[in-house]
Write a protein that binds this ligand. Sequence first.
Ligand code: FE
Ligand code: CA
Length: 530
Amino acid sequence: MPGRSQITRRQVLAGASAAGVLVVFGGDKALARGAPRSPQLASDPFTLGVASGDPLHNGVVLWTRLAPEPLTADGGLAGIGNLEVGWAVARDEGMSQVVRSGRAVAPADLAHSVHVDVRGLEPGREYWYRFTAGDWASPVARTRTAPAPDARLDGMAFAYSTCQKWEEGFYNAYAHMADEDLDLVVFLGDYTYEYGIDPGTGGVRGVQLPPEYADETVTLDQFRLRHALYKTDADLQRAHARFPWVATWDDHEVDNDYTGDIPEDGTPPEVFRLRRIAGYQAFYEHLPVRAPALPDRQGQSKLYRTIPWGPLASFIVIDSRQYRSDHPMGDGEHPYGPASFDPAQTVLGAQQERWLRKQFGTSQAQWNVLANQVLFSALAHEPGPNPRYWQDSWDGYPVARRRLIDDMVGSGVRNPFVITGDWHSTFVNDVHPDFRDPASPVVATEILAPAVTSNGDGPVYGPYYGPMIQFNPHIKFFEGDRKGYVRCAVGRDHLRADLRYVERVGARGAPVETFASFVVEDGRPGAVPA
Ligand code: FE
Ligand code: CA
């Protein structure tokens, strides 16, 4: 973006007023983008809320983004250089006992997003935090730190969610999740969707949008606009402001069913790489994740990581998109062919596979939660010796899946529990080394979360996938139509998962119910009805 460093105050004011936002800086000298300024903003810059994430036993990431006009490119700060914000962490909701505070830069290059990696906090306790910019203060939000590695801990609670297509539903799931008593929220992918949205209706939301929303997201500006739109939702903001989140992505943060550098359409990989970098950067700019998630000069983002929760649980977060080899049999549903069994096929890539093996081998945690994106267990689409499988799930990569299972079992890692998103359906699965042999041992449990909104209300996948379940005896539960999230209570004796469904997503406000509950006993993989 040539020229931005020579922008004069007059140009700043002209650009700002064009966006309907008055920004005034002291002095007439040129605004250097490297020198952060304390802004005077005529309207609230905290329209996207605040968030925290990736808690450690001594710290947590705090996030916000300054965007006085969230549905315009640059958030209403077009032509404005780096800005300075204040932040504070307190022991009380009234923010009277501040324990950490400071100033942080909201870089123009990162859409004036702010990531503060706060350290020096006490383990296993609640904190409240707030940002300030100019005369504006953000809402006060709650977070918490992870327990100390040697903490004595009887339990913890988390929820997980996935697939929150804005134009297909209201975030009633988050309205209820925000009222839960949770330590943590894990997000498993499809935070945003790339498809164009009808700007005349905003889908079921029934609001008008700027015309830029009509197109599929390809450029950084388009991805930023999309994230900002999602983040304007009050229920999503509440869920972020209530708990620390541990977020990973799946495909739709960039492009449906992409693998590595291979997009859904025929765009050449070197061109698609630019789109992927833009999607990854916008994801970083809008989520409370640490700096390695920001794409580097090679366009690589490191999103896989482990979040320990004392000796009780470990959240092992994987990235099954960035390093994946292309679908061996092509996109969609296909039976296996020779390419399916090529050991070079990979979902995680060699480096992440080694890292995961090490996590399994060194984890001391009692429960090891694998934060996974796409269906891990098999779903044969028909009976017989060579059924069709959905090639974008782990079913497309049976050799890579078997390697992971062998690493998991071989390591002796305790109580592996796979949490999964993507399918817009709820599944409860026994994980077998060989899904074709129901007599082979159950080595782990997998539970897929329903979508928060994607596909909306009404029959969706139930009629199509429901009849297949009988060919898959390791699938203990399936629901293909309802929306919501999964709530988990983790204890020393067992883990309990509640399937929380909202009545509808087509209108704001709907009751939630626990539709079914499953329990996994310590040392005994496989979920049973509670
Ligand atoms: Fe999805
Ligand atoms: Ca997906």
